[in-house]
Design a protein around this ligand. Structure first.
Ligand SMILES: *Cc1c(COP(=O)(O)O)cnc(C)c1O
Length: 422
């Protein structure tokens, strides 16, 4: 197959999907502009505060803007939340008490949450939820008759009725590093209604990482009690230096705020240390940046499918997160792919990624990341564990042009075309 003609075809054949992505970005952009207007965002909101950060109007207004944009009663976004895992930790520890149970309904949560929850009973996870007397239950996604992944409603309802101590039902929207599809906000909303039929008292909490602005509504629009994410992913728009957010109903967000700082103090304090402007600017850019990342993913899906690799989602599938999985079938190809993505990056393009034994993973992992913000996966990045089927997870791309170039570099490495394709 002629690689050059595949690359040429790609531009034409993916165009209709780009249009749909742009429409979503436009709807989200308007929502954000409306929120900025509603709360009169202005220069004075960008000033920095220090010390306790009392009366930081910029920080407080940004919280209100986040709540508005995410169709929720309350929210907070903070630069000093160090990662998505930290944000989720704040949310869960805010809601759960000794004797409570957390029920994950999308299988095992994201790897880094293992030790937050204390999933592995034999591990001594000092400070995990389990350590504090919170138990963990899990149901997995199952396949319906048409092979579509759905919630195991029968098991979920049986748990909800037989375990009155379930306080949190936990959903991971994105597939993360699993080989299941990502869930739409609407489907999570349907689950929420189902759960509340049995137990109106539980909190439905969503790990929203990688999902923000890929659709016109977040799970909170459909009734989720809490959504949580990272600012070096989608909602930071590639502008935030670090941070996380929590949005949801008033009570849930208040409880999380007491865990973020201190009981009673909550959101009254927290110096902004000159980070606020970037956080506004990042939110402003987010719909567009997410669209660029989605276009990059669609482009990669098209090209690698045509090259004969198994990809998920397909280029013409609906998308509810920015992750593109590509099965390379061999360790060499996976490494070559990551080498190409690294070569196309604006930062550290001269490095060659090598597999390494990452803490918490059973197999060596290879990563490509040439980002302005360390570890920012809204910037073009790829990673994958060195085990069959040798899947690379590609995500991000601040601009489609740079994303496209990264993908082309990866094709050059995979096919041994050298620098011939650009
Ligand atoms: C990124 C991510 C997290 C949190 O990851 P951090 O590396 O701690 O920011 C949690 N869940 C999912 C699905 C993610 O993609």
């Amino acid at each position: 197959m002629d690689i050059k003609s595949i690359i040429k075809d790609a531009e034409v054949n993916i165009l209709p999907y780009f249009q749909a992505i742009s429409n979503t970005a436009y709807a989200n952009q308007i929502k954000i502009l409306n929120a900025f207007r509603k709360f009169n965002v202005s220069e004075r909101h960008f000033y920095s505060s220090s010390g306790y950060g009392y009366n930081d109007i910029g920080r407080d207004t940004l919280d209100t803007v986040y709540a508005e944009v995410f169709d929720s009663e309350a929210a907070f976004a903070r630069h000093n939340i160090v990662s998505g895992t930290h944000a989720i930790t704040i949310g869960l520890f805010g809601l759960l008490r000794p004797g409570d149970i957390i029920l994950s309904v999308t299988g095992k949560p994201y790897d880094t949450l293992d030790s937050v929850i204390g999933i592995n009973r034999t591990q001594t996870n000092y400070g995990s939820l389990r350590d504090f007397g919170v138990e963990y239950l899990q149901t997995n996604l199952i396949k319906d008759k048409t092979d579509i992944n759905i919630f195991d409603l029968e098991k979920i309802s049986s748990y909800l009725t037989s375990y009155p101590n379930i306080k949190v039902v936990f959903v991971q929207r994105s597939k993360g590093y699993e080989s299941r599809p990502t869930l739409s906000s609407k489907l999570i909303g349907e689950l929420n209604s189902y759960v509340k039929n049995f137990r109106p008292d539980v909190y439905l909490v969503v790990d929203n990482c990688y999902g923000e602005f890929t659709e016109t509504h977040e799970p909170t629009y459909y009734g989720a009690d809490m959504i949580i994410g990272s600012l070096i992913k989608n909602p930071g728009g590639g502008m935030c230096e670090s941070g996380g957010y929590i949005a949801g109903n008033k009570k849930a967000v208040e409880l999380a705020a007491y865990r973020l700082t201190s009981p009673e103090i909550g959101l009254e304090v927290g110096a902004s240390l000159s980070q606020t402007k970037n956080m506004y600017k990042g939110l402003f850019y987010a719909p567009h940046t997410v669209a660029e990342a989605l276009k990059t993913a669609v482009y990669a899906a098209y090209i690698y499918e045509r090259l004969g690799y198994e990809v998920a989602p397909l280029y013409n599938d609906p998308r509810y997160d920015i992750i593109q999985a590509i099965n390379f079938g061999s360790s060499d190809k996976l490494c070559a792919f990551c080498k190409g993505i690294q070569r196309g990056a604006p930062v550290d393009s001269f490095l060659t990624p090598e597999p390494w034994d990452m803490p918490g993973y059973d197999d060596p992992v290879i990563m490509a990341a040439g980002a302005f913000v360390q570890g920012a996966s809204i910037e073009l990045s790829a990673d994958g564990p060195l085990r069959p089927p040798y899947t690379a997870f590609l995500q991000g791309g601040l601009t489609f042009e740079s994303g496209k170039y990264g993908v082309i570099c990866s094709v050059e490495e995979i096919t041994g075309e050298g620098n011939a394709l650009f």
